[in-house]
Design a protein around this ligand. Structure first.
Ligand code: BTN
Length: 325
């Protein structure tokens, strides 16, 4: 048995939230108490909080349902079905799928933990291991990347609709695809593309959803955020169901985008846009532009009226949008 699968098996035993002694865990897995103790330390080094109950054993602070590829697959509504993989640890699910370019299509991979999760604009994406949703979906389009500029908006729409179906009211989107709940970030989308100018293009759609962040992670995040535990206080947070909902909605959106491009998403995007009509400040490098949000263009770019009354168009990329002070 490798170290990683020993750790997974221990986590599986502890996932009921009850106390388990080192002797019982060792007996169940056919390993010594010392090996259990070593694997528990390994889990802790990977950011998993494990409580020691003096003289009695180990327990998790709260029960845990591990991600399970079979459970996710069983709840998918996609046609054709997606290939689904769950990994205990990866550097980044986006990078793992990019390494499979150009072949990957309709493949989704989840990681319980990322060592080098990437956010937009070169930022890191931080998430408490085993408590959040971190996944990427690879999709092959016949056209080139320039025709895919609105794709990330379509994904934002799909994610809002998945979260609403999961029971999260008040969730909306901030251009180009931050998912916000009452102005705080609940989820983020990172789209990477690989391919030739005229196609085909492999799009890797990376999604991070804050389900349950611990305090240490929370302190390290440098923007207002929220997680589902706070929003849905007390309700069960079935990550496998949320994973299946998110994949079902996103895969349907990608298939529709391949047929009809951005047009069918624009009205829904407007309806979910939390900054509609608001005063914002756009930052592009050292440049800042203040203005009022008019909406998005037919290509999915952000449309602003600046302080001089001119209409300005911004394409997704290295810009950030904040509400004006
Ligand atoms: C953002 O900055 O808002 C985008 C965050 C995207 C994070 C996800 S987590 C799964 C996937 N793998 C990564 O390395 N990043 C994305």
């Amino acid at each position: 048995m490798t170290d990683m699968s020993t750790r997974d098996s221990i986590l599986q035993i502890l996932s009921d939230g009850h106390v388990h002694t080192g002797t019982d865990i060792g007996g169940a897995l056919g390993i010594s108490r010392a090996a259990v103790s070593k694997a528990v330390r390994g889990l802790e080094q990977n950011g998993v909080e494990i409580l020691r109950v003096h003289g009695r054993g180990y327990r998790l602070p709260a029960p845990l349902v591990l991600l399970d590829a079979a459970r996710i697959r069983a709840q998918l509504r996609t046609d054709p079905p997606l290939a689904v993989e769950v990994h205990a640890a990866l550097d980044s699910t986006n990078d793992a799928l990019l390494q499979r370019a150009p072949a990957a299509h309709a493949v989704a991979i989840f990681a319980e933990r990322q060592a080098a999760g990437r956010g937009r604009r070169g930022r890191r994406w931080l998430a408490t291991p085993y408590r959040n949703l971190l996944f990427s979906l690879a999709w092959r389009f016949e056209f080139g990347a320039s025709a895919l500029s609105g794709l990330s908006l379509a994904v934002g729409v799909a994610l809002v609709e998945a979260l609403r179906e999961f029971g999260v009211a008040d969730v909306g989107v901030k251009w180009p695809n931050d998912i916000l709940w009452q102005e705080r970030k609940l989820a983020g989308v990172l789209v990477d593309m690989r391919g030739e100018a005229n196609g085909p293009t492999l799009a890797v759609i990376g999604v991070g959803i804050n389900v349950e962040q611990d305090n240490a992670t929370a302190r390290a995040v440098d923007q207002p955020w929220i997680d589902l535990r706070q929003i849905l206080a007390g309700a069960p947070l079935d990550r496998n169901r949320l994973a299946a909902l998110a994949l079902s909605h996103i895969a349907a959106a990608l298939a529709q985008f391949a047929r009809d491009e951005i047009a069918p998403f624009l009205a829904r995007w407007d309806a979910y846009h939390v900054y509609a009509g608001r005063s914002v400040r756009v930052t592009r490098g050292d440049d800042t532009i203040d203005g009022e949000v008019l909406g998005v263009t037919a290509q999915g770019a952000l449309l602003l009226r600046d302080r001089d009354g001119r209409e300005r168009v911004f394409h997704a990329g290295e810009i950030s949008v904040r509400t004006a002070a």
